[in-house]
Design a protein around this ligand. Structure first.
Ligand code: MRU
Length: 351
């Protein structure tokens, strides 16, 4: 089953509307920047690497009809506008920066050539994501044993990338290598990415998946029913502190207590060396309606009650057994090993 989460097709951005899953696999065709911004804000497209691709295609969408006089001001405005959609995922900003550098490094080219180069750059980011997810999956699979039962949270799979996933890519690769793995997927309140998306795609790929409520992991760990935890990341600071879906930190604390390996899986495009520690990672706060209503429908909290709804939390690096990347698996000391990894990676050189 090949699913392209997001692509450029027929002069438009074509993406899966993830708010419709698991009931319908429906695609949106986007040719207006405002519609892309809204799709990002409402999590129709979501997950850090997919947001990087969305931002890259969005930059092209924003400048593709610009005339020579306005090209660079349109580029700046589009970049600023897309950057205002969601603050946490590093890949979104990385995608914008890659596109801006591609344009600025080719200032002397004709307008037609500049536009062509930008579309090529966006497609390169998409192709690069496919390759890096597969490399990450292969490094990560070396940590998986036949018979493992893996706990995951949110969705760090096909739907969060282009077509393979990070945390779930490790599982797909392990399965491709003939290892038998079972997965527990936390439902992931409030927007249920775990039950709606992770369960949907694992099931489609023939992986044995069981959905659990977000408050079930401690009990499963106590019973010895989880052998590993793997989560994705939205942004990884220079010291290895990792932001991911709210609730990930809870799983890391529980893993430490129960002596279970806790892994973060993310490509180098998720690392942010300018962010020194997790304290500096901007955490998105979302609408109260996500909490007071189940998927914006049935009301489940008193009208007017106070609500706090951060979308992400930060797992401190000392709770992370290893970070699985597309360039290899890294462990403590993270500051040194992350720096080495990024410095050796040419896709980060323009940072
Ligand atoms: O709010 P979301 O659904 O965009 O949150 C996504 C996550 O937390 C993912 O785990 C993360 O982006 C990694 S995706 C490979």
């Amino acid at each position: 089953m090949i699913i392209n989460t997001i692509e450029w097709k027929n002069n438009k951005i074509r993406l899966i509307d993830q708010t419709k899953l698991p009931l319908k696999l429906e695609y949106l065709e986007i040719d207006k920047l405002e519609d892309l911004w809204e799709a990002i804000k409402l999590l129709k497209v979501r997950g850090a690497p997919a947001l990087g691709a969305a931002a890259a295609l969005g930059i092209y969408l924003g400048v593709k009809d610009a005339n020579p006089e306005e090209f660079f001001s349109r580029l700046d405005k589009t970049a600023e506008y897309l950057a205002s959609s969601r603050p946490t995922a590093r890949n979104l900003f990385w995608g914008i920066e890659k596109m801006r550098s591609a344009a600025l490094n080719n200032k002397d080219k004709s307008l037609a050539m500049l536009k062509k180069l930008l579309l090529a750059e966006a497609n390169k980011i998409i192709k690069g994501d496919k390759e890096s997810c597969r490399a990450l999956g292969s490094f990560g699979s070396s940590l998986i044993e036949d018979g493992d039962t893996i706990l995951t949270v949110c969705n760090a799979g096909i739907l969060a990338t282009i077509d393979y996933g990070t945390a779930l890519g490790v599982i797909y690769r392990a399965q491709e290598e003939g290892k038998k793995v079972r997965v527990f997927s936390c439902e992931t309140r409030p927007l249920l990415q775990g039950s709606r998306l992770t369960a949907w795609e694992l099931d489609k790929k023939g992986v044995d998946v069981t959905v659990i409520c977000d408050n079930t992991p401690a009990s499963l760990m106590q019973q010895g029913r989880i052998s590993k935890v793997i989560a994705g990341a939205d942004r990884i600071a220079a010291n290895g502190d990792s932001a991911n879906k709210i609730g990930t930190h809870t799983l890391a604390v529980l893993s430490k207590y129960h002596n279970i390996p806790f892994y973060i899986a993310a490509p180098v495009s998720t690392f942010d060396l300018k962010t020194k520690t997790g304290k500096d990672i901007p955490i998105e706060e979302r609408s109260r309606l996500e909490v007071t209503r189940i998927l914006f429908n049935k009301q489940v909290a008193p009208s007017g009650v106070k609500v706090f709804n951060p979308a992400f939390d930060v797992t401190p690096h000392n709770l992370i057994s290893a970070i699985i990347t597309d360039k290899g698996v890294i462990r403590e000391p993270y500051i040194r090993n992350i720096r080495r990894l990024i410095v050796n990676d040419k896709t980060q050189n323009d940072k």
